[in-house]
Design a binder for this molecule. Structure first.
Ligand SMILES: NC(=O)c1ccc[n+]([C@@H]2O[C@H](COP(=O)([O-])OP(=O)(O)OC[C@H]3O[C@@H](n4cnc5c(N)ncnc54)[C@H](OP(=O)(O)O)[C@@H]3O)[C@@H](O)[C@H]2O)c1
Length: 354
């Protein structure tokens, strides 16, 4: 059986290498590019770093998306904005493969014309992976990865096949399951990202310098989440709870507790050390620092689009998109200050409530 990963960066390389390591009978191919791709092409390996230590995994690689030809499964793990281009490059080589998106953003529509609904599976991973250096990827955080049907389908047949495949990866803390409302699950994660992205604009540690900092939490964090909740309710999106730590309700509860006088201080003291040592790093921050286009149009921008479709507005998320684009177009230092973000969102909130 052939399994390909189209656009193997952090997520694609880690899942591909784990799959090859735990199911050596599979033909696993990574379609790569850039410095990371060059490193893999030279060594013929991906080095994976995690609780298992550092492990080089020999892997088949290609620079040509058309080499996915003959695959039973094609995992698409490019950033959302690169989806259509990657699918176009793979073109007819996608053949009859089950195509699986493991991406942030609600980009089901980008697959239209490339994959029929019954062979398209949408995924959400709560894990966190990073390319440490070209050829080397690290599992920063374990967690659940869920799969389900795309918008327009209710069938979980293809998703179950993906879970059966990925279930061959036997790593404690990594698990794979089917969720019938994967769209709601993806929106749950999207709202957490919309919140996290706002902290990246100033390079602030999401937990200790953003959520734990009252002016940010009250001025930026809570308005973003409240707006997302309002817009998604208006758009008829039901958000299920997610097992594990990456769940919107858990984040909202944390913000609520942090706002209470005595308990809030105690919780801050309890979590500060852990998150100072191991900060949660959103890809938007890495992309801004590297001068690469970010996924903001697919995260906060998605809330703006849902608002427009539901006949309402999302000014707070629109402002986060605007600030991000300003920073993307800056040369040199691409971050702003935490106070600047707070001021701009408070101004927007005042304007829209007056
Ligand atoms: N990393 C995480 O922990 C994590 C967690 C949850 C969800 N996600 C989501 O998963 C998706 C992938 O994230 P990631 O962090 O793995 O991104 P990434 O490290 O940037 O990996 C994407 C890779 O695809 C390559 N690529 C883009 N277009 C291509 C093409 N046409 N052909 C071949 N390769 C192509 C990119 O090359 P270039 O760099 O040259 O563009 C990059 O190497 C995103 O939607 C992200 O939001 C990531």
């Amino acid at each position: 059986m052939k399994v390909s990963f189209l656009g193997a960066g952090a997520i694609g390389s880690m899942f591909a290498a784990l799959l090859k390591q735990h199911a050596p009978d599979l033909d696993v191919l990574v379609v790569v590019r850039g410095a990371h791709g060059e490193a893999i092409s030279h060594s013929g390996e991906i080095e994976i770093v995690g609780p298992w230590g550092n492990r080089p995994v020999p892997i088949a690689w290609s620079f040509d998306p058309a080499d996915v030809a003959g695959s039973d499964f094609v995992f698409v793990t490019v950033k959302s904005q690169a989806t259509r281009e990657a699918l176009q490059q793979a073109g007819s080589a996608l053949g009859d493969a089950v195509v699986v998106s493991i991406q942030n953003g609600i980009n089901d529509g980008q697959y239209t014309g490339f994959v029929p609904l019954e062979r398209l599976v949408m995924g959400m991973t709560a894990t966190n992976m990073a390319v440490l250096e070209p050829g080397q990827v690290s599992m920063q955080l374990d967690g659940h990865t869920m799969f389900g049907p795309p918008i327009g389908s209710t069938s979980t047949v293809a998703a179950q096949k993906v879970v059966d495949l990925m279930g061959r990866i036997q790593v404690p803390g990594l698990d794979f399951s089917v969720h019938p409302n994967i769209l709601g699950v993806r929106y749950n994660k999207l709202v957490i990202n919309a919140l996290g992205y706002a902290s990246c604009l100033s390079g602030s540690n999401f937990i200790t310098e953003a959520l734990c900092y009252t002016p940010w939490r009250e001025g930026v964090g809570r308005p973003i989440v409240a707006e997302c909740r309002r817009v998604l309710a208006a758009g008829g999106v039901e958000i299920p709870r997610i097992q594990g730590r990456s769940d919107l309700t858990k984040v909202e509860n944390l913000m609520r507790v942090l706002g209470t006088p005595i308990l809030g201080k105690l919780v801050q003291m309890a979590i500060r050390g852990k998150f100072e040592r191991s900060p949660i790093v959103f890809s938007l921050l890495q992309d801004l620092r590297r001068g690469k286009p970010t996924e903001v149009d697919h995260i906060n921008g998605q809330i703006v689009r849902v608002a427009a479709m539901a006949g309402t507005e999302a000014p707070v998320n629109a402002e986060i998109v605007k600030i991000t684009h300003e920073l993307e177009h800056r040369s040199g230092e691409r971050l702003t200050t935490r106070e600047d973000v707070i001021d701009r969102i408070i101004n927007i909130t005042k304007l829209t409530s007056s």
